[in-house]
Design a protein around this ligand. Structure first.
Ligand code: Z16
Length: 829
């Protein structure tokens, strides 16, 4: 990054950078120094945030020398680098993860104790960087953790949003959104590099010119913005490797205001800078249903163009032969969000590096691979040709040419089948002219993968069928995974100790070793200890909830959790119908309250702010919770807890405490799910449909340790094709009718029948995700859950088997699959 070659003479400047001494004294010394000289306070004058920041700086100091080495090596090496392009990274808190990776947890705890500080107090003040919506962003964070742990040279590229996913609050049971000012108290984990900024251009026109007898095209942009990189450390677990996550922030260029706002009004032109700086201002809060907003396309191009330029200019050696690019990089496209990188690399190669189109296209195709994360048609991003052509005129031309050549290939292969051509075209014509980003990615990518076996199969059979016929070898599957460091080792320290005692410590980087626990499922003593860990995790969660102003959890309750974004396809309403039905059973006398299994239903979910139906469902959950939890006839048997602002930090407390994991999406709609994996790995049993990764979880843990219900994907298709009439299910099933009638009666809205009427009508007359069709088998499955839970010994045995058989869902395994099937990159020593 620093181009000027420094020639220091002082011996200290020439000596290699060394980490502070890895001892309690060494740590304490460094901590106090950072407190004094970086925070500018003495220990006695410091507050908890000063102490947290100084602690973070200290952890950084220990990782720094390795980071320097790995970045130097990155430039010098011949290895292929994995460039993960993702608009989202849902990192969660950094402190504990980095302490663990650097083996500093005990040293830091003791050093701080000697300074009179309880490290737990400092842990609490860290605000997690919520730079993602849900599964996709968290997946990216797990992947970069695994890649660092496996010593794969990786750069994660993304956006440093000033405001991450909104903070959720409830007002009378309804969601209100507040801005997430996560940077307000300082951001000790990132490093700004304004000297390595890239200039990113937008809009304008294109023109052709004569370049020594060759006609070329160039883009004459209208305005630009600076992309300033912020680097974060991504330390591997206990291997000394430190990779980089590089997030871009938009800053106005000096030229910006001169060019566009040449009004002579100084104050106005400074004000106008915020226009450019808006690009990295806020994360769009839609999980899997993107809005076609211009600012979002600006964000996408902004970070992808900066990343590609950064890699070529700053990571590759200066004299690098650009034709060898595919040997040195794979740009992995995390969903369609970074797909504008395809025409961008073409523009760089053809317009700037002056390669022939065909040569450039051959390189581009080898440099990209595409991961699709959805099956919902409304989630497949499309950009209107008008909007894209206005913002990125050269890129639209390039996309047209890619499409022309691609469609020629289709004609050659399949003949002049005009309908097929229409269906496969990267440019859609209906309902209006638009660029289909998933198709562009599929045409350009060397590989296309889905995120679970069923999902990948459905991609091949439905969404991308014609492409799969054309290029069967392009399509592959990589089932998602989760990092065992954060979601077992850190989140569940007691279970981790128990496992390490039984199997040794190697499981943290070789999760298949958990198989060794299978034998212990039949050991009564081990079961007792396992159950004690679960009970203690519940108490820990209970105090976390209490600290947030919730009621404590009741002893003896089964903890039944549904934690994921609020979306109709995920069917939180089906869960509510189960709760309402049980409640209705008790108050109507159909169920004997003394026979009912005590349960606490815990929800965690944010709704996209513009998603009205999802917000109504949140309101319903809270309204039902209030009535059910308070009704004396229920005798405390049913509790509903819905802590606001579910995030990674809270997930780390809920997951280890859970007994039952609700994975109840309509079959064929959830691409994978990853919460399902985290919960199984922590010993929750799943009640779920045959959807996404549930299919693979069930296969691995066994039918006896999983509660399957609902239609299969082909059954869903069949019923839908027949003409689905949800009201028929309502008419047929008395329990369902009573539950829906109770909601419609106003029982949960103070007698006001209008409040939930839109929700009830939607269920009865539309029910796009067929909650009513799966209701009765869901209730039957819940009866099986109750029966199983009544046999605590059997339940704990199943829980242990869930842990023992979930090793496959490590993101380390997922990374190995990407490396073998897609990236073909190798570790560095
Ligand atoms: C997202 O979180 C997901 C898909 C998508 O197209 C966009 C976003 Cl923001 C989720 C899937 O819904 C989920 O099934 C999957 O487990 C996750 O991505 C990671 O692959």
């Amino acid at each position: 990054e620093n181009t000027a070659e420094l020639r220091p003479t002082h011996p200290l400047a020439i000596a290699p950078v060394v980490a502070p001494a890895a001892s309690v004294d060494g740590f304490a010394k460094q901590f106090l120094q950072n407190l004094n000289f970086d925070q500018g306070v003495t220990l006695s004058n410091s507050d908890v945030n000063d102490q947290y920041l100084a602690l973070a700086y200290t952890v950084r100091d220990y990782l720094m020398a390795r980071w320097f080495d790995d970045r130097a090596q990155q430039k010098a090496q011949q290895n292929k680098t994995v460039c993960y392009l993702s608009a989202e990274y849902l990192l969660g808190r950094q402190l504990d993860n980095n302490l663990l990776a650097a083996r500093l947890t005990d040293i830091a705890t003791e050093a701080l104790a000697q300074c009179g500080i309880d490290i737990d107090d400092l842990r609490q003040v860290e605000i997690e960087p919520g730079l993602g919506n849900g599964g996709l962003g968290r997946l990216a964070a797990c992947f970069i953790d695994s890649l660092a742990t496996m010593s794969i040279p990786t750069i994660g590229y993304g956006i440093r949003y000033e405001y991450g996913i909104f903070r959720q609050a409830f007002n009378e049971g309804q969601q209100v959104e507040q801005p997430d000012a996560w940077l307000r108290m300082g951001s000790p984990w990132d490093f700004a590099h304004p000297e390595a900024a890239q200039t990113i251009s937008f809009a304008g026109t294109t023109e052709t010119y004569d370049d020594e007898g060759v006609e070329r095209t160039r883009w004459v942009p209208e305005w630009n913005v600076l992309a300033v990189p912020y680097n974060m450390m991504v330390p591997g677990y206990h291997n000394g490797r430190v990779n980089t996550l590089r997030l871009w922030r938009a800053v106005a260029t000096n030229a910006f205001d001169l060019h566009t706002f040449n009004s002579g009004d100084y104050v106005e032109s400074v004000r106008a800078q915020t226009f450019a700086e808006n690009i990295s201002k806020v994360l769009y809060p839609e999980d899997s249903t993107p809005q076609g907003k211009e600012l979002r396309l600006q964000q996408q191009y902004f970070f992808v163009a900066a990343s590609i330029a950064d890699f070529i200019e700053n990571v590759l050696p200066d004299d690098f032969d650009i034709e060898k690019l595919p040997e040195r990089v794979i740009f992995q496209l995390n969903d369609t969000h970074p797909v504008i990188g395809v025409p961008e690399l073409m523009r760089v190669l053809v317009d700037e590096k002056k390669l022939e189109w065909d040569a450039a296209w051959a390189i581009t195709q080898k440099c990209f691979a595409y991961t699709c994360h959805t099956l919902l048609p409304e989630a497949l991003e499309v950009w209107s040709v008008d909007l894209l052509g206005h913002l990125l005129p050269r890129h639209l031309e390039i996309i047209y040419r890619i499409n022309d050549e691609f469609l020629l290939e289709v004609r050659e292969r399949f003949g002049d089948d005009e309908m097929l051509i229409r269906n496969m075209s990267i440019i859609g014509e209906h309902p209006s002219r638009s660029v289909r980003m998933a198709y562009l990615a599929t045409v350009a990518g060397s590989k296309v993968n889905g995120v679970a076996e069923l999902h990948s199969q459905l991609l091949r059979d439905n969404v991308l069928k014609d492409f799969a016929t054309m290029w069967p070898d392009k399509f592959t599957n990589v089932t998602n995974g989760v990092t065992p460091r954060r979601f077992l080792r850190l989140a569940n320290p007691d279970l981790s100790s128990l496992i390490t005692e039984a199997l040794g410590a190697g499981w943290t980087v070789d999760l298949e070793r958990l198989r060794g626990l299978e034998a212990l499922a039949d050991d009564a003593d081990f079961r007792e200890r396992f159950a004690a860990v679960k009970a203690s995790n519940k108490r820990r969660l209970s105090s976390v909830l209490e600290a947030r102003g919730e009621a404590p959890l009741d002893d003896g309750h089964m903890l039944d959790v549904m934690i994921k974004r609020l979306h109709e396809y995920k069917r939180q309403t089906l869960k509510v119908l189960h709760i309402v039905s049980t409640y209705e059973g008790i108050v109507s006398g159909r169920l004997d309250v003394d026979e009912v299994q005590a349960r606490t239903f815990l929800f965690g979910a944010k709704a996209a702010p513009g998603y009205g139906m999802a917000k109504r469902i949140i309101h319903l959950i809270n309204a039902v919770g209030e009535v059910v939890s308070a009704d004396e006839r229920v005798k405390g048997k049913l509790k509903v807890v819905y802590p606001a602002n579910y995030n990674v930090t809270l997930a780390e407390r809920i997951i280890p405490a859970a007994d039952l994991s609700e994975q109840i999406s309509l079959a064929g709609k959830e691409a994978s799910g990853t919460g399902n994996m985290k919960l199984a790995l922590n010993g929750a049993l799943t009640i779920g449909t045959d959807d996404g990764a549930n299919v693979e979880i069930r296969k691995l843990v066994g039918d006896d340790n999983f509660f399957l219900f609902g239609m299969s994907e082909p059954e869903v298709e069949e019923l839908w094709a027949e003409g689905y009439r949800p009201a028929d299910f309502y008419q047929k099933d008395e329990r369902l009718r009573s539950a829906i009638d109770l909601i419609a009666s106003g029982a949960f809205s103070g007698g006001d029948r209008t409040v939930f009427e839109p929700l009830v009508s939607n269920l009865l007359y539309e029910d796009r995700f067929m909650a009513l069709a799966d209701f009765s088998t869901y209730l039957d499955a819940q009866d099986r859950v109750d029966a199983a839970y009544a046999d605590q010994d059997g339940w704990v045995r199943s829980a242990i088997l869930n842990v023992a058989r979930s090793g496959y869902f490590s993101s380390d395994r997922a990374m190995r699959d990407y490396l073998d099937r897609i990236w073909h990159a190798t570790p560095v020593s």
